[in-house]
Design a protein. Structure first.
Length: 460
């Protein structure tokens, strides 16, 4: 019975991992702007500005940007404080129940990007007021997540446990500026997600899933969807203020893993909005501050609690268990200093609380989405008036989330026939008041990016 208890916990954690990868903060669009903590809502500096605020592209020269970033992840989970009378079932290796497990056996990912921006009309509108139009085409990565444990978990299945997830976006952006101070813009986003899950054979059973045969080792699956983002930018002398809003985007189903993801594999992109302000000092120093809000609670697959939902619904069902995620607030501060016509320096800091709370570390054992604080540095070398070379380095500070009541004494779930039960199945053990143990999570990440930019028209 205790083995079944931990299987249920681990299954919920793997499910959460498969979904968390769409987290918008992972957006890595623009090597230049990432060097100043991605404070681009009111301070556009490269062709990827439309990913943060579509209105801001009217402030860019005609340019092409091509870049690639390398991201390295260190993460893992620790099971601790198990009661002394918590007996490991015969034949089950004790290694998982005691000590630290590395969740990034393959820690490196590589993220390419491409963008082009052009202003195609500068003149007067029907009312005789000055107007400018600009368009962008950008291809960038919203998230690239690969988690591997190198070998099979006996509690999961017989093959190495892992997940491979990519979320790419291609956007067409159109913006207009009026009276040299008001800009509005819209981005039409085509989103494609790719998912692969391995090593979960133990859970491809009617007692756990609503769709047996669609939980693991099905190869790559794809999800597509079209959404939009709208933005506004106001310029007054050396001050700029920008806002952006992205409504909830409906996505196609992950059919191959519809027995794993709630509502038969459906996972939409959450609503988010951004606001930013920047101020330029003495023509060579700019300070920018951005705020971003992500409404994870608008996505039932993420906001629902794992328990007691698991008592009444199989995984993959319309009201299947979720992961107890909370909404997120992001704060970003960036600096840009123009030394001369050849060199520009950048730095920034980002803070965002993790969506995981201490109570739900068990169900998020494989999301490991803990990191909260990031420091960034960057620079650009203009080696002639038309061509430039940029780089950034980002160091994420290690964050540890200590579980607090993360392993419950009672694990509710459907019965072996897949029928709903009104009362939870009791797996309680007598712990003598010391609890059922805890699960701790930790993570840190770092990234390095390089890019080439070509300005084929410089806007005065």
């Amino acid at each position: 019975m205790k083995l079944r208890k931990f299987k249920t916990l681990m299954l919920a954690g793997v499910t959460a991992m498969s979904l968390q990868a769409t987290k918008v903060d992972a957006l890595l669009a623009g090597v230049k702007t990432t060097g100043m903590a991605a404070t681009s809502v009111s301070h556009p500096i490269d062709a990827f500005a439309g990913a943060y605020n579509p209105a801001s592209i009217t402030n860019l020269p005609d340019r092409i940007d091509l870049g690639v970033s390398w991201v390295q992840t260190h993460q893992g989970a620790m099971v601790r404080d198990l009661p002394t009378n918590y007996l490991i079932p015969p034949g089950v290796p004790p290694s998982f129940f005691d000590g630290y497990r590395d969740g990034a056996k393959t820690p490196n990912t590589y993220v390419p990007e491409f963008g082009v921006n052009m202003g195609w009309f500068r003149g007067s509108c029907a009312f005789g007021r000055p107007v400018e139009y600009a368009t962008s085409l950008i291809l960038y990565n919203r998230n690239d997540l690969k988690t591997t444990y190198g070998k099979a978990f006996e509690l999961f299945g017989t093959t190495p446990t892992g997940l491979d997830y990519i979320h790419e976006t291609g956007a067409f952006v159109l913006a207009a500026k009026f009276d040299n101070m008001h800009s509005i813009g819209v981005a039409i986003n085509y989103n494609i997600q790719r998912l692969k899950l391995d090593g979960l054979e133990s859970f491809d059973l009617p007692s756990f899933t609503d769709a047996p045969g669609k939980t693991t080792n099905r190869g790559y699956d794809y999800s597509h969807g079209v959404g939009c983002m709208i933005g506004y930018l106001l310029e007054i002398d050396n001050i700029k203020f920008g806002i952006g809003w992205q409504p909830k985007t409906k996505m196609g189903d992950f059919d191959k893993y519809s027995g794993f993801i709630a509502d038969f594999g459906k996972f939409d992109i959450p609503m988010r909005y951004t606001a930013g302000i920047s101020y330029r000092f003495l023509c060579n120093l700019t300070v920018a501050f951005d705020y971003e809000f992500i409404k994870w609670k608008g996505i039932p697959e993420l906001q629902n609690k794992t328990f007691p939902n698991l008592a009444n619904n199989l995984l993959g069902s319309p009201n299947g268990a979720g992961f107890g995620w909370r909404n997120q607030n992001y704060f970003r501060l960036g600096f840009e200093y123009v030394m001369n016509k050849c060199f520009t320096l950048r730095a920034g800091f980002r803070h965002a609380s993790s969506p995981i709370t201490p109570k739900w570390t068990a169900v998020n054992i494989l999301t490991l989405d803990c990191m909260e604080n990031v420091v960034t540095f960057g620079a650009t070398w203009n080696f002639n008036p038309w061509h430039e070379f940029s780089f950034f380095y980002a160091a994420g500070m290690q964050k540890k989330i200590r579980g607090n009541g993360s392993i419950p004494a009672t694990i509710p779930q459907p019965n072996a026939q897949g029928q709903k039960v009104s009362l939870p199945i009791n797996f309680n053990i007598d712990t003598g008041g010391v609890g059922n143990g805890e699960i701790d999570l930790k993570q840190r990440r770092s990234a390095l990016g390089i890019a080439w930019g070509w300005k084929f028209y410089h806007k005065e």
